[in-house]
Write a protein that binds this ligand. Structure first.
Ligand SMILES: [Zn+2]
Length: 252
């Protein structure tokens, strides 16, 4: 049985060699909510994250995938090539040692094929659901050398870097927690659509929540980690705990 979110806070991390400066946000483009949606036409940025670990470069999510699919027709992405974006930051795609996909939606695993030298770390239940339901995305993974590292629940990947289950947006959504000199930093994928959504535990993403209760529980568990910051795929702003933001404004 996969570890539930309630195990998150009890998992003691190994000593970490990382600082907050080892986490880099990678701009992977913009998508526009399709016609017919309540937020039709609204632009959403797409980000991945690179973590420069002494044992190798770790990448979290790979952005928007190939043209010619219904996703791309509907969401009109302005996609950026991930290898080009990494190079602009002084990082080489060939140096990526691990790719973590928070989940297997088209805007999070679309450029996995660039990194066939690295295993793709995915929750097992996410992988199995994608194999059954996500025909086009599944085809993207059928590239020579593609390897999946399937995880059941929480797992340390390298000292200071672990994945934790945060189910809800999809059946096997996971987040990455990086232990830094400033405290844990959560690379949250689509655990929330925005920092406000994370704060308010609002499940506003445009996909049908697989399990709303699990989702809310996961958000509460992530807050219980007392993270220094939470960085999300579709919001360029970081979430910080209230203590770091200063006191709430006085009520009139
Ligand atoms: Zn997304």
């Amino acid at each position: 049985m996969p570890a539930r979110a309630t195990t998150i806070a009890r998992m003691a991390p190994s000593p970490s060699p990382l600082t907050a400066a080892d986490i880099l946000r990678v701009d992977l483009g913009t998508v526009f909510s399709p016609a017919g949606e309540p937020d039709s036409g609204v632009a959403y940025p797409v980000h991945g994250f690179a973590v420069t670990h002494p044992e190798g470069l770790v990448l979290v999510d790979t952005g928007v995938g190939e043209p010619g699919t219904t996703f791309v027709r509907d969401w009109r992405p302005v996609a950026r090539r991930i290898d080009t974006q990494l190079a602009a930051m002084g990082l080489a795609a060939a140096d990526v040692r691990l790719v973590v996909n928070t989940h297997l939606h088209w805007d999070h695993c679309g450029q996995n094929a660039v990194f066939t030298q690295a295993p793709f770390v995915v929750q097992r239940r996410e992988y199995e659901t994608a194999r059954e339901r996500e025909g086009i995305i599944w085809e993207w993974f059928q590239v020579a050398g593609a390897r999946f590292e399937l995880v059941d629940g929480a797992r340390e990947l390298l000292p200071g870097i672990r994945v934790l289950p945060a189910f809800g947006h999809t059946v096997g959504h996971q987040v990455v927690v990086v232990e830094t000199d400033r405290g844990p930093v959560v690379l949250g994928g689509d655990a929330a659509d925005s920092v406000d959504g994370f704060e308010q535990e609002a499940l506003a993403l445009a996909t049908v929540p697989e399990d709303a209760e699990a989702w809310r529980a996961a958000l509460r568990e992530l807050k219980a980690l007392e993270p220094a910051a939470v960085l999300l795929c579709h919001d360029p702003a970081p979430w910080h705990p209230r203590a770091a933001r200063g006191p709430a404004p006085a009520r009139p």
